[in-house]
Design a protein around this ligand. Sequence first.
Ligand code: SIN
Ligand code: CO
Length: 391
Amino acid sequence: MVRKGGPASGRNSADGVRFPGPMTAARFLRTHWQKRPLLVRGAFPGFADPLDAREVLALASSPDAESRVVRKAGRHWSLVHGPFTRADLARRPRRDWTVLVQDVNHFSDRAAALLARFSFIPHARVDDMMVSYAVPGGTVGPHVDSYDVFLVQGRGTRRWKVSRQRDLAFVPGLDLKVLARFEPEEEWLLEAGDMLYLPPGVAHYGIAETECLTWSVGFRAPSDAEIAAAFLDHLGETLALPGRYADPGLRPSRTPGRIPDDLVAHIARTLARIRWRPREALEFAGRFLSEPKAHVYFKPPARALPKARFEQAAGRRGLVLDGRTRLLHAHGKFFVNGETVEARGDCAAWLRKLADSRTLETLAGAPSAFRDLARDWHARGLLHLGEETTS
Ligand code: SIN
Ligand code: CO
């Protein structure tokens, strides 16, 4: 049922996505988020892996996906980056290796749907969903992450050990960041559908007990140094600072290698003229937080649909954002994949709904400016038509 004058209602973050487990999302955020680990047994009853092991290995062979294999042989660790040939992966030993594939939510709608189960956390904080497929003994070693992570156990079992140790020194000379010393304080054996939440900085060590799949849902928080560096780049592109150094009174120099004092003073004065308004910070925040990772590119459909056909199909099948698309909003402004959205007309309610729930059941009732925008995004591969429904 479509509400008059607004986007179709559905399950979205405004309706409240339930925390996977008996706790409420509000309680989890209050008591554990960024504070302490949480083990949730049976968080996903009857859990079905979004991809099976064969499909994960196929992704690790694709040049579009970022993948790596980590192997431990005695005290030696090795890290090899993909893509891998099928033969590479078939030749591996029976024990002690793991293949990891980043951004699986970009390649699988089911992985994107699992990520959506965490939309009680703002999309601006999402990094990606990574999957690891391990044979018995497979591990990436004890380490710490600077990200919040939910480790959802798929098929098979993995033992997780955690520690709040302060000693975070790494084994020197490795391509991998493996902790030199690890003193586990707690450990659990996770089975399919169990989930372990870890805040940033908690040392952890996961070892496959059987052949297994683990889905890591990672949430990033940019460092202040990253924010500042990116803002300075942004200012470099947007700042209008008229003027230029001039030295009409220049006199012959006996020390031409020396920077003239006037020039240094001019530079200091120019830097002091750099100003920005709160709206510039908002514009930057939206572009920065919606910027896709460097290797991401969008695949337009083979054929762009004519307006009438697109609207008819979208009316029937609805729309879904591509897994790679980052669409965010703040203070009535919208940002997609590092750009400001030029939202004309009465688009805001529809864009907000699409940004929050990443899907729309229908285009019926949408203003024409929004329908045009949706068709443009469809032609650029930023969104797709939803699954065909029979009802
Ligand atoms: C893994 O799945 O093997 C590693 C995930 C992690 O430690 O973040
Ligand atoms: Co980790």
